[in-house]
Design a protein around this ligand. Structure first.
Ligand SMILES: [Fe+2]
Length: 298
């Protein structure tokens, strides 16, 4: 079956890492995984976990207001209404901007949902799904803006093989093999939040090795743009693993990965920067000031 398998990880921009770690750990209720460093040892991003999905809180962030469209938006699925209600109460009490709790009808994939804006102006959602996902799939869905819905539907159904689910809240939803979803919301003009993403902020999908080849061919034909795989040129991919970063037709920053037989696990920051520096030297390049950890002016 030609269809992207899962939504694996998301990464969005934050400006104050300790503040975000506390917010996502204590208020939202995600699990802390690790904080990753730049080459100079300064903080780069923190990986939190929702189930087994990584939620990346990524410096240096952007000074851009929340979008009016509600996208880009990252949604965490909770296993039941009790846990959902408890999380909603904590978030409401935290003082961030909250929208009303929504109750959905029987034709919606959601039982209930709640949107809020995090301390860095990211749109975030909590939901309870009508058909629960596996416990490992903590990210329920992501929503992106599109300037052209028909083009977007073609891109996601033909380019990534996602299954069209239908429209909920004015957003067109598509499904991965495991039931996680991606949605698009049509807007007259893309918000600054869509255009200015923040360094290394992207959303990643897992696909089969077989589908990967087809997607590589189709993405540019359907007005996406492949950006290659800088992790491979840096020598950071385990054998057999293939991946590209790419833009959808609206410049939403995405990644597809076809895992190899062996899962590499996460290498240490020291090992990562050693390999990166060696491989970039071979290519006659150094590492950027962003990678070194030199503070970037926003
Ligand atoms: Fe990634």
């Amino acid at each position: 079956m030609f269809q992207a398998e899962t939504l694996d990880h998301v990464a969005f921009p934050v400006r104050d890492l300790p503040r975000s770690e506390r917010f996502y750990l204590e208020t939202v209720g995600l699990t802390f995984m690790t904080q990753r460093k730049n080459a100079d040892g300064s903080p780069r991003h923190t990986y939190m976990k929702a189930g087994e999905n990584i939620v990346g809180l990524t410096l240096p962030g952007v000074a851009v207001p929340a979008s009016a469209s509600g996208a880009p938006r990252y949604a965490i699925g909770l296993p039941n209404v009790d846990q959902f209600d408890a999380a909603v109460k904590r978030i409401q009490a935290s003082g961030v901007k909250c929208f009303d709790v929504e109750s959905h009808g029987a034709d919606s994939p959601f039982v209930t949902a709640f949107q809020f804006i995090d301390p860095d102006d990211n749109q975030i959602e909590l939901c309870v799904r009508r058909q629960p996902l596996a416990e490992t799939d903590g990210v329920s869905h992501v929503i992106f803006e599109t300037g052209n819905l028909a083009r977007s539907i073609k891109f996601y159904t033909e380019g990534l093989g996602l299954k069209l689910v239908g429209e909920v809240r004015g957003e067109t939803l598509f499904e991965f093999q495991n039931g996680q979803m991606l949605g698009v919301k049509e807007v007259k003009e893309l918000a600054e939040r869509t255009r200015k993403k923040g360094r290394a902020c992207h959303v990643a999908f897992n696909v089969s090795q077989e589908d990967y080849d087809v997607m590589l061919e189709r993405i540019p034909k359907l007005e996406g743009k492949s950006l290659g795989d800088f992790r491979a040129t840096d020598g950071l991919r385990p054998d057999g693993e293939r991946s590209i970063y790419f833009f959808d037709p609206d410049t939403n920053y995405l990644q597809i990965t076809a895992l190899g037989d062996k899962s590499g696990g996460m290498i240490s920051d020291e090992e990562k920067w050693k390999l990166t520096q060696e491989n970039r030297q071979k290519a006659g390049r150094g590492i950027s000031s962003f990678d070194k950890g030199v503070k970037i002016q926003k």
